[in-house]
Design a protein around this ligand. Structure first.
Ligand SMILES: *[C@@H]1O[C@H](CO)[C@@H](O)[C@H](O)[C@H]1NC(C)=O
Length: 288
């Protein structure tokens, strides 16, 4: 009677160790398949070995949005500088949106002014020779759409934005290097300091008209478009205007102190016409 019991025991032992072995085998097999499919990956140190300040290597593609908002073309964001923090978002606006903004602004263009740093009031100036106009925030569906897209990209709420400014530069017109932040009390009463700027190019410019950052850190001649830049453009890190592209830069560092690397100017247009639109974003709600 005791015999079957004693003979069953070794049998059970061997079957349970076979089971453990089988499970181990199956597990390693699954891991191998996952590795092969690229779902799992081995840790590797080579991935994080990008050179610092190599402006040409920091390109990242975003997914295509399948033309949900008109023919915007392929969109991707390029980091062009960390000091100042500056990014180019390619094909941010569609051609239709660019043309719409220009048509809206055209009848209302006035000579541009600059802020007097002593009084805080607007004044005429030779350092800024463009003409421009403001479009009220949220004035129509197309503008609201663009303003929401700006908020999505910058993570700064629509309410913190000033109205869009549309600017026109003809041959010879320019904006000397300046900061977008204020150094007076008057201009920060509504909305506080300016934190970031999104500059949208509404037209191509045949020659000149670059946005230049004379204080940017890094190898300014490493940009792929270096040979196409005007003399003024070679005076710093430059972005060539291209219809639909947007340039985002921050006037503040992450610790909310003012970033002097954000000094920027509009180079004189040498050939063609430059149309652009600017969104300034404040640290608080800006009461429009
Ligand atoms: C800057 O970049 C250019 C173009 O890539 C290169 O020829 C030059 O050697 C670089 N200069 C420095 C100081 O790294």
């Amino acid at each position: 009677m005791a015999k079957p019991r004693s003979s069953r025991h070794p049998a059970r032992k061997s079957s349970s160790s076979t089971m453990v072995l089988t499970l181990l085998l199956m597990f390693s097999f699954v891991v191998l398949i996952l590795l092969a499919l690229g779902i799992l990956s081995m840790p590797s140190s080579s991935r994080n070995s990008h050179k610092a300040h190599d402006l040409t290597s920091i390109v990242r593609k975003t997914s295509d949005r399948n033309g949900a908002d008109g023919e915007r073309g392929e969109q991707w964001v390029e980091v062009i500088s960390w000091e100042p923090r500056a990014f180019v978002y390619h094909n941010f606006l569609s051609r239709e949106e660019c043309e719409y903004l220009i048509e809206l602004a055209k009848p209302h263009m006035e000579k541009s002014t600059v802020v007097d740093s002593e009084t805080g009031k607007s004044k005429d100036s030779r350092v800024r020779t463009s003409s421009g106009t403001f479009l009220a925030r949220g004035r129509d569906k197309i503008i609201r759409n663009i303003e929401q897209r700006i908020a999505d990209f910058t993570f700064i709420p629509v309410e913190n934005g000033e109205g869009l400014q549309v600017l026109h530069y003809e041959v010879g017109q320019k904006y000397e290097p300046h900061f977008d932040y204020f150094l007076d009390e008057y201009n920060t009463q509504n909305g506080g300091q300016r934190m970031a700027t999104l500059l949208m190019y509404l037209s191509d410019v045949e020659e000149g008209g670059e946005t230049v950052f004379p204080n940017a850190k890094g190898n300014i001649s490493a940009v792929p478009w270096w040979n196409e830049l005007s003399e003024c453009g070679k005076g710093g890190l430059s972005v060539k205007p291209k219809m639909g592209d947007a340039l985002l830069f921050w006037s503040m560092k992450p610790d909310a102190t003012l970033d002097e690397h954000s000094l920027h100017g509009g180079c004189p247009v040498i050939k063609g016409n430059k149309w652009s639109s600017t969104k300034w974003m404040r640290i608080h709600e800006y009461k429009a």
